[in-house]
Design a protein around this ligand. Sequence first.
Ligand code: C2E
Ligand code: MG
Ligand code: MG
Ligand code: MG
Length: 279
Amino acid sequence: EAKETPGSGFRFFDAALAADVKERTAIEHDLARAIKADEFFLEYQPIVGVESRTVRSFEALLRWRHPEKGRIMPDLFIPVAEKTGLILPLGKWVVRAACLEAAKWPGPAGVAVNVVGDQFKDRDFVDYVKQCLAEAGLAPGRLTIEVTESVFSVDETVIRESLGDLRSHGVRVALDDFGIGFSSINNLRAFPIDQLKIDRSFARAMMESQRDADLVDIILKLGQTFQVTTTVEGIECESQLDFIRRRGASEAQGYLISAPVAASEVGRFLSPEENRLSA
Ligand code: C2E
Ligand code: MG
Ligand code: MG
Ligand code: MG
């Protein structure tokens, strides 16, 4: 709709910015209400073993079913939830809902939830996670907590203690979106983790440039050095899956296997007949 009118570039820019701020404020106001109104739900995206092609776990991804605006994706409201502190109740809801859901699945498939740094500032969070596992009757080893490298900007002691506490309880810790944040090999030395999830931007880039292919190689080697599971996100075609198999990645996640699905659809990935990705 923004037609090119000479000299009016700034005005269009301002209008877009104002709309953005207005939208943010609206979301902020709505979020608190939505938590009380129980408007959130989780979708689950399968993660498969690269060799076996069988489903090992599901990542729980948050969605907001807004009464007027319809479905809102997390990239739009998680940053607002973080800014307002509403990520604390919302994040707790996610952990509990995912644990209760996974406990219903037949078989040992795991479930992964995304957690941001601020949630660890709430010193009760780790206990809350343990409590959810106990309530659900879910073995701690079936839960993975995904954090991005931005958690390392939270007080180091807090993060070290929280992640350490979770891991000694048996919960797995994954470093999400690896390769695009403040990647530092030292983070891997200082904070023991169980899994590296390579950011989905690499899945595309590695097919297009030798440099990115080499980078993926290096990150996979890094994962092997630290003896962690390596998962490549954003696998959308067979050639990408093939590529990472040849380079020794452990797991794949992406639209090739499946987009995130409703909780009610998870079962079809777990029934013995259909849990192999048809090639
Ligand atoms: P993420 O943790 O990296 O999750 C993976 C995202 O990649 C998901 O987007 C998923 O739908 C998308 N994806 C999966 N496979 C493919 C693929 O093959 N191609 C492409 N292009 N995309 C793919 P989604 O669900 O929109 O979530 C976006 C981000 O929002 C997540 O990135 C995560 O950082 C955040 N998020 C989602 N749920 C939660 C939550 O409960 N708590 C927190 N703190 N953050 C969440
Ligand atoms: Mg994630
Ligand atoms: Mg990710
Ligand atoms: Mg992400």
